[in-house]
Design a protein around this ligand. Structure first.
Ligand code: URA
Length: 284
């Protein structure tokens, strides 16, 4: 069976079919519902320490919503809590110099936002730390919180199958991480301030892995990483860039489990990612 046929089988598409719209065209209402992007803002806050942001001075919140009319304007109590609003320039600078062991420890000990109070485990990320492929999801869910590993539920199984079709496997030649390292309780949407506090960790992971291509899974991760409010349907099909590394956007596997109609599009996205990966390899 060809790799293409194998992939389509994994996605549950018995016969190949043509997407209703060309790649990059706006999606219909059944596509991942678009909600406001989280856009990080430079914070002026000064902190005393990376690992003990509680000791930091009270400062303004560090993130804003790009589309405030769609976002609840009232910050949650955890965001508003001044003791947690930590440290941005110093903290970010410190994280940006960490090696893997320090980064691992910093994530495990992080109390920079209120999610530390409800998590069971932090979910650092998993896989080959020198991988040519990196996948970025949104945030841990219940299973991930319990096991401390990203994408271990049903969506993770689909993800593993999709990776397999590309000759990739977690723990072997891909690194998988999330925008948030802690589970938002009840699987609620991540808050802008939570993303702002967590982003330096992801940024450092990406800098350490130095993948040839980043595949971003789902609207939330895509809009957060690329700092945009553009709908996922428009982000797909184009190669973006994060810190100089090519980024390809596709649908979140949990969404694909529910939406047969977009599975063929996910295949197209991964084909694009493979092209980008191979091109980067040829240039290396
Ligand atoms: N969804 C995500 O975005 N990440 C996970 O780790 C699990 C589910």
């Amino acid at each position: 069976m060809s790799r293409r046929a194998q992939f389509l089988e994994v996605l549950g598409i018995p016969t190949e079919w043509v997407p209703r719209k060309p790649m990059g065209a706006p999606q219909d209402a059944a596509a991942e519902p678009d909600r406001p992007a989280v856009v990080l803002a430079e914070s002026e806050a000064i902190a005393e320490s990376v690992l003990a942001p509680e000791a930091a001075e009270a400062q303004a919140p560090v993130a804003v919503a790009l589309v405030p009319e769609l976002e609840d304007p009232a910050p949650s109590p955890s965001i508003a809590e001044p003791a947690r609003t930590a440290s941005v320039p110093d903290r970010e600078a410190a994280i940006a110099t960490m090696g893997w062991p320090a980064l691992d420890a910093a994530v495990a000990a992080c109390t920079a936002c209120g999610l530390c109070e409800t998590r069971t485990n932090t979910v650092f990320g998993v896989g080959d730390r020198e991988a040519e492929w990196m996948l970025v999801g949104e945030a841990p869910g219940e299973n991930e919180d319990l096991q401390g590993e990203p994408f271990v539920g049903q969506a993770g199984k689909l993800l593993d199958n999709m990776l397999g079709s590309l000759g990739l496997a977690r723990g072997r030649n891909v690194f998988i991480a999330n925008v948030l390292k802690c589970r938002p309780p009840g699987n609620r949407n991540p808050e802008p301030a939570e993303v702002a506090q967590c982003e330096p960790f992801l940024k450092r992971q990406i800098a350490l892995v130095r993948p040839r291509v980043i595949v971003v899974l789902g609207r939330f991760a895509a809009q957060s990483l690329l700092r945009t409010a553009t709908p996922i349907g428009k982000l797909r099909g184009t190669v973006h860039s994060y810190e100089g590394i090519p980024v390809v956007v596709t649908y979140h596997p949990a969404y694909l489990l529910r939406t047969l109609t977009d599975k063929a599009r996910a295949w197209e996205d991964l084909c694009l990612a493979r092209e980008v990966h191979d091109r980067a390899g040829a240039q290396a």
